[in-house]
Design a binder for this molecule. Structure first.
Ligand SMILES: Nc1nc2c(ncn2[C@@H]2O[C@H](COP(=O)(O)OP(=O)(O)OP(=O)(O)O)[C@@H](O)[C@H]2O)c(=O)[nH]1
Ligand SMILES: [Mg+2]
Length: 305
């Protein structure tokens, strides 16, 4: 599958909501833009979890351009696309590599958001670019977590640094960075245990991991990436706020976009947070990662099925 069709199929639930359901608001003769039309459009946009502010912006624009007129579906879609692209505009921001090796990347997020799988996807992308990757298994909380990352490391040809089950995750992170320097590897990615943004102690543990990463490489971590499960929609925004406050996230990867009609959440994040969405996860395998490109994203949302 080409990149665009893969993206489109990942977003298919959101696409259905926007494309098919919005189309259903129109009769073949078009539709009068009045209060009831605008209300219906608003509720439909809200269902994508783009947030009230963005949805209102879009509805206001449709109102401004078409009030009192009978319009056809494509005219309204053009306004939606234009407005969404404007709302989501951001430069492409893939990984911020260290000017001099190595680049240290820390991954965090709530339980089950897709952290370990996303690490596999990033590793695959880096090794395909001939970069040597070391993985730090700082999720020492669950024995199965180390096992899961070990399987990916073997499959993808990356080295993994582990610690005893239940040992200090920060010490494993330190060991991983040390091993990265020792082997001259290009990139070190630290997996962390899932935690709720409201668990104070666990958030402090995350801060400690972050601090330790800078001990051997002063500018590290170069990236602190928050993995958000797109299916949680608006909830993700409050997670993002808390994580950013404690570990200063530099970017977001939106995982599991393939399973949800809440693809609009990318818009809220852009609007409310000052951190870029860097990649999106479009499936469970190591290939299912795409650079987040707002233009392509919006086109995929409205491309006819
Ligand atoms: N469909 C889909 N599933 C995904 C995606 N990313 C991860 N998953 C699945 O989500 C589940 C949890 O993924 P993990 O990578 O183990 O999540 P985690 O954040 O490491 O979980 P904890 O370490 O337990 O906090 C697994 O079944 C993954 O296969 C994605 O982009 N799309
Ligand atoms: Mg994990």
């Amino acid at each position: 599958m080409g990149i665009f069709s893969k993206l489109k199929s990942a977003l298919s639930k959101t696409v259905k909501l926007l494309n098919t359901d919005v189309r259903d608001l129109f009769k073949s003769s078009g539709r009068l833009v009045d209060e009831s039309f605008l209300d219906e459009l608003f509720s439909m946009l809200i269902k994508t979890d783009m947030g009230v502010v963005a949805a209102k912006d879009i509805v206001d624009e449709v109102h401004k351009q078409f009030r009192g007129r009978v319009v056809q579906f494509p005219e309204v879609i053009d306004v939606l696309k234009f407005k969404l692209k404007q709302l989501m505009e951001q430069p492409l921001t893939p990984i911020n590599f260290a000017p001099n090796n190595p680049t240290i990347i820390m991954i965090c997020g709530v339980n089950g958001s897709g952290k370990t799988t996303t690490i596999a996807k990033l590793t695959r992308m880096f090794t395909a670019a001939q970069k040597k990757v070391i993985l730090g298994a700082s999720d020492t909380f669950r024995a199965a977590a180390v096992e899961q990352l070990t399987i990916w490391a073997e499959r993808l040809g990356a080295e993994i640094v582990t610690g005893q089950s239940g040992s200090d995750p920060a010490s494993v992170a330190h060991k991983a960075v040390a091993r990265t320097l020792e082997t001259g590897a290009d990139i070190c990615i630290i997996d962390t245990a899932g935690r709720l943004q409201t668990q104070k102690n666990l958030m402090m543990e995350l801060e400690k991991i972050r601090r330790v990463l800078g001990k051997l490489v002063p500018e590290a971590p170069h990236e602190v990436i928050l993995i958000l499960d797109a299916t949680t929609g608006q909830n993700g925004v409050s997670q993002a706020k808390h994580f950013t406050e404690s570990v200063k996230c530099t970017g977001i990867i939106l995982a599991k976009l393939d399973g949800t009609a809440k693809g609009g959440v990318a818009i809220t994040i852009k609007k409310q947070m000052n951190i870029p969405v860097k990649f999106i996860g479009t499936g469970e395998s190591a290939e299912d990662l795409e650079i987040f490109d707002p233009d392509k994203y919006v086109d995929a949302l409205f491309d006819e099925v």
